[in-house]
Design a protein around this ligand. Structure first.
Ligand SMILES: NC(=O)c1ccc[n+]([C@@H]2O[C@H](COP(=O)([O-])OP(=O)(O)OC[C@H]3O[C@@H](n4cnc5c(N)ncnc54)[C@H](OP(=O)(O)O)[C@@H]3O)[C@@H](O)[C@H]2O)c1
Length: 492
């Protein structure tokens, strides 16, 4: 079994720790996956002690665990938890922390520092940990988990990397994108590389276009202060959707080892055709939700949300058309879109195949044969569906769409949370589902021209009614009149 480690969680009193990290660690405890001796040192500035921290965690878990909280498992889990009080900005805190960790009878010397703190603090905390020699290895490895976003644009990502690179080797840095921890996202790789059937078809000769959609029904809620400075392009497209794009379009890697996998993902991002400032209008679209209805509830528009400036042009909807200039994909349009307050909560990859080269059934009821689609549902329904055209029974030549359905899990099925697998990967030293720096940098290169253009064009933004699929005008991105947004798994 893997050696035990100490998880030092910076920002352990915050939201991420409450809703994701502590529940994930508890579930790992329940599954018997945490190596014996593993400890969790929760670090916060609140004047808590260990007992208070454990009680808080118990309350968080009551709300968040699958099923109900098991007292025996919680007691085992609680014995691993300790609390360390300090201010991130105080250099003395780091020497005190070092002394506390040095008591190796208590804390294993393998240490994973988890940055569950504001991105503006990543740099300073890594600097201070480095200055206090808390990354020195031997005994034990030292690793750092960095939450997204890694940078705010290309320049800030480069600067953050330069700064943390002074203290850490690349193999010590775990840049997390929890989307990659989702089972279905990994299933994209299985679907592509464990089934030979699809591989000969997976290219520009057979595929007409690809769509990747992540839609949410939620608005910005209490996160407006953060969101207004970020927007949908940074929050979703630069990270999650470009990651999905790489998995769908990459070449088969030499092996599933982290570096081989990441080499192929980077090649895709490097092959994305750059969008010149003049082409931004044709390739990217942004919009903001106005008031509308989600189910039976009337909901406010973005500009009416708390903490949103009345003249904000931050996009809550973003759509993007990309081309990958390589042998496999040249000239196949790839449409990415994401939005808040949309008609449905889902993530879906839709692959549309070309029309058959000849329309054989002219002069019959079948005027035009529909295109085949392969649909990969990421959430809430984890599934894989292939749509085909078949003849209806009877004397007449009529067709209908049917689908081969390989559902993995329905909307209600219990599953592990992405953070569980990722937290374990950090202990195991498996970086395949974490982002290497060149991936992050290339992803910023893809969206940077758009962000620059949008930041200077602040006079106008399209709007869409909350609860809809976004503005009709986004159709301007389509290569042909025939293309349309694929909204759901249901037959088109
Ligand atoms: N929340 C999510 O679901 C989510 C999802 C994906 C990524 N992320 C990323 O995760 C990170 C954390 O997000 P979050 O939502 O958890 O933020 P948050 O709720 O604001 O938590 C921030 C944490 O940092 C602590 N902190 C701030 N200044 C400090 C200081 N000077 N000294 C010591 N501690 C200090 C806060 O302590 P106090 O409690 O004392 O204020 C709190 O524990 C961010 O990088 C975010 O982008 C979050």
């Amino acid at each position: 079994m893997t050696e035990p480690c100490t998880y030092v969680i910076f920002g352990a009193t915050g939201n991420l720790s409450r809703v994701k990290l502590m529940p994930a660690l508890y579930h790992l405890e329940a599954a018997g996956k945490l190596p014996a001796g593993t400890r969790i040192l929760a670090l916060g500035r609140r004047r808590w002690d260990r007992e208070h921290c454990v009680e808080e965690v118990r309350e968080w878990l009551k709300e968040k665990v699958r099923g109900s909280l098991d007292d025996a498992i919680f007691d085992r889990f609680a014995r691993r938890v300790d609390y360390f009080q300090g201010d991130l900005k105080d250099p003395k805190m780091y020497t005190d922390l070092g002394r506390r960790l040095d008591d190796s009878s208590e804390f294993p010397p393998n240490i994973a520092y988890y940055m569950a703190i504001s991105p503006s603090e990543f740099n300073g905390v890594v600097d201070r940990l480095g200055d206090a020699r808390l990354f020195d290895e031997g005994p034990g490895w030292k690793r750092v988990v960095i939450e997204k976003p890694f940078g705010y644009d290309l320049e800030s990502a480069q600067s953050l990397q330069r700064s943390i690179g002074r203290h850490l080797r690349e193999d010590q840095i775990y840049r997390i994108d929890h989307y990659l921890g989702k089972g279905t996202v990994q299933n994209v790789l299985v679907f592509r590389f464990a089934n030979t059937m699809m591989e000969p078809l997976w290219n520009r000769n057979y595929i007409d276009h690809i769509q990747i959609t992540h839609s949410e029904t939620l608005g910005v809620g209490s996160r407006a202060a953060f969101y207004d400075g970020t927007g949908a392009m940074r929050d979703m497209i630069q990270s999650h959707l470009l990651q999905l794009l790489t998995l769908v379009t990459m070449e088969p890697p030499v092996s599933m080892a982290a570096e081989d996998l990441r080499d192929e993902k980077v090649k895709v991002l490097k092959s994305v055709r750059p969008i010149s400032p003049k082409a931004v209008h044709a390739h990217a679209f942004r919009a903001q939700y106005r008031e509308g209805r989600i189910g039976n509830d009337r909901v406010a528009g973005y500009l009416q949300e708390e903490n949103v400036p009345p003249d904000s042009v931050t996009e809550t909807y973003a759509a993007l058309k990309l081309y990958i200039d390589n042998w496999r994909w040249r000239d196949v349009p790839i449409y990415l879109r994401t939005g808040k307050r949309m008609a449905r909560q889902q993530s879906l990859i839709s692959i549309c195949f070309r029309h058959p080269p000849q329309q054989f059934f002219r002069g019959t009821q079948v005027e035009r044969i529909k295109q085949n689609w392969v649909l990969l549902g990421i959430q809430p329904c984890e599934c894989l569906r292939m749509e085909m055209t078949v003849k209806e029974p009877g004397l007449e030549m009529r067709t209908r769409q049917t689908s081969l359905d390989a559902s993995l899990r329905d909307e209600d099925g219990a599953d592990t949370d992405a953070y569980e697998g990722l937290l374990l990967d950090v202990i195991d030293g498996d970086r395949s589902l974490f982002l290497r720096y060149d991936e992050v940098e290339q992803a910023w290169r893809v969206v940077d021209p758009i962000l620059r253009s949008w930041s200077t064009n602040r006079d106008f933004i399209h709007t869409y009614q909350a609860g809809t699929w976004g503005p009709e005008e986004s159709r301007r991105l389509f290569d042909t009149e025939e293309h349309h947004w694929r909204h759901s798994l249901d037959p088109d």
